[in-house]
Design a protein around this ligand. Structure first.
Ligand code: GLN
Length: 307
């Protein structure tokens, strides 16, 4: 790893992929997200030996959206352990992130934690064990990223609430199958806030370091998950982290990763580093156009992937 010049590599990739801006579309089904300036690109790499490499808008906080699914899942995985698997599966869905179609056939049990239905169940599990879930999520991500300034964007959260008919449908539908324990409104409120967390590429690359490090936060040595649990989260990111484009992402990058409709994608190279790319314009699957390409170029040029 020492002989790879990460700084030059990410700067070159950023300049090359910037040309894709204009070919995608900023998420517009959440009105507050539609207002984000699309001409932004950031890349950050956080190595396990404590180095941070950054290029472009790597310090600009953005709406992490579905990337939050990994944080809340990790919180409840630690607390609930394997009991979680009676509430959700771990198979790719092959459907869009907000799809309802499988839930009826599968008795209200979501395919995996990284689609909306699964994430809503994770959030419900958190509500069952936390008196103040929003405070707990915030202190968890602040601790992981080593940044006490991380906060929620309540404008985004409220905008999602006002237009979140599908998420409301998903959570009500699962409640009808007995797979939601808490009040539907409380689950939705926590879910919309976690999606509205504002973090930068540097924050996210740091916050995912524990997944590159066998479950231990390299910033302070704290055990976040067991090594086995960290392996499982990475495995699910590999197979389910980019919704119905998870196969394409694995094919292009050879890395476990998680995307969000805010335009961020975080990927993990176990035992080495984590990397985050952000650019708000999305492809038709809801994944960052620049992010997909930049990560493909990164693993191809450096020759670093898990395969
Ligand atoms: N808040 C978004 C939603 O629930 C998250 C989706 C995403 O990032 N894919 O629709």
């Amino acid at each position: 790893m020492n002989n790879i010049d990460f700084q030059t590599c990410i700067e070159e990739i950023l300049n090359e992929t910037r040309g894709l801006i204009g070919k995608g579309r900023v998420a517009d089904y959440i009105p507050a997200l539609a207002e984000v300036d699309p001409n932004q690109v950031g890349i950050a790499v956080q190595t396990l030996d404590g180095q941070t490499f950054q290029a472009g808008d790597a310090l600009v906080p953005f709406s992490i959206q579905s990337i939050s699914k990994v944080f809340v899942f990790s919180m409840v995985f630690r607390a609930w352990g394997d009991r979680l698997w009676s509430r959700m599966g771990r198979e790719p869905s092959g459907n869009s992130f907000n799809s309802l179609v499988q839930l009826e056939h599968e008795n209200g049990i979501p395919r995996n934690p990284f689609i909306n239905a699964g994430a809503l169940v994770s959030t419900d599990c958190l509500l069952s064990i936390s008196k103040n879930p929003l405070k707990d999520i915030l202190s968890y991500v602040r601790g992981l990223a080593g940044n006490s300034k991380i906060s929620y964007d309540s404008v985004v959260a409220n905008s999602e609430r006002e237009t979140g008919y599908r998420n409301a449908a998903l959570v009500n539908f699962m409640k009808s199958f007995g797979n939601i324990e808490n009040d539907v409104e409380a689950v939705l409120n926590a879910y919309f806030h976690q999606c509205g967390l504002m973090m930068s590429c540097v924050d996210l690359a740091r916050a995912f370091s524990f997944l590159a490090n066998g479950g231990i936060n390299p910033l302070n040595g704290e055990q976040i998950l067991t090594q086995s649990q960290a392996k499982r989260v990475n495995a699910m990111m590999q197979t389910c982290g980019l919704y119905n484009e998870s196969g394409e992402f694995a094919f292009c990058t050879g890395l476990p990763g998680k995307s969000g409709v805010g335009g961020g994608i975080v990927a993990v190279v176990p035992k080495m580093f984590s990397i985050c790319v952000w650019s708000p314009e999305l492809n038709r699957h809801g994944n960052s156009l620049v992010g997909m390409k930049a990560l493909e170029l990164f693993t191809t040029r450096t020759g670093i992937s898990i395969f």
